[in-house]
Ligand binder design. Structure first.
Ligand code: MN
Length: 203
């Protein structure tokens, strides 16, 4: 059974002005759709055809770069849509305590997410992640992912140009300011932390 392009968990205007409906129409409808379609074409009739996406990613890592890129990007984008919300949602008490422990404050976490995202060279992803009960900010390059890593990813931000160019042109820091200050889904991060295992891309 093929993987589907998962629906956006909000109306396509919900993230404006940080991320416009026009950006979402291309980013979700064209970019994410293309990753899912290419992945489905690559796994059809293979031993991966009915596997979980996280297992496809792990199996392809290091052995089938084309499949890995499309599978990891399919996962990353599904996770990214859920990492944002029309208005910022609240961190659970447990997540809030772990943010204070790791970063000192929510404001400092936000400041570091912006700095790491702005400083990431070329295309990639910036993550809030948990490992052994401790939070950290991680970066992955190009289509790489934390989906099959030792980290439990809590939130991610896409820093590829296609995520912001229509709205912010080349000003990645402007995009990061707009997303980090008001559009992050800390309730989703809290669910991921409480589950204690990696989010799964729905079939
Ligand atoms: Mn993207």
């Amino acid at each position: 059974m093929a993987f589907k392009l998962i629906d956006l968990p909000y109306d396509d205007t919900a993230l404006e002005p940080a991320v416009s409906a026009k950006t979402l129409s291309f980013h979700h409808g064209k970019h994410h759709n293309a990753y899912v379609t290419k992945m489905n074409d690559a796994i059809e009739g293979t031993e991966h055809a009915d596997a979980a996406l996280e297992d496809v990613i792990a199996a392809a890592r290091g052995s089938n770069q084309g499949l890995f890129n499309n599978a990891a990007q399919s996962w990353n984008h599904g996770f990214y849509w859920h990492s944002m919300s029309g208005t910022e949602t609240e961190a659970s008490a447990d997540l809030a305590a772990k943010i204070d422990e790791a970063f000192g404050s929510m404001d400092e976490l936000k400041s570091q997410l912006k700095a790491r995202g702005a400083g990431h060279f070329a295309s990639g992803w910036v993550w809030l992640a948990e490992k052994d009960g401790k939070l950290s900010i991680e970066e992955t390059h190009d289509g790489d992912t934390l989906a099959d890593s030792g980290f439990n990813p809590l939130l991610t931000i896409d820093v590829w140009e296609h995520a912001y160019y229509l709205d912010h042109q080349n000003a990645r820091p402007s995009y990061l300011d707009a997303v980090v200050d008001g559009k992050l889904n800390f309730a989703f991060a809290s669910e991921n932390l409480a589950r204690g295992s990696t989010w799964t891309y729905p079939r």
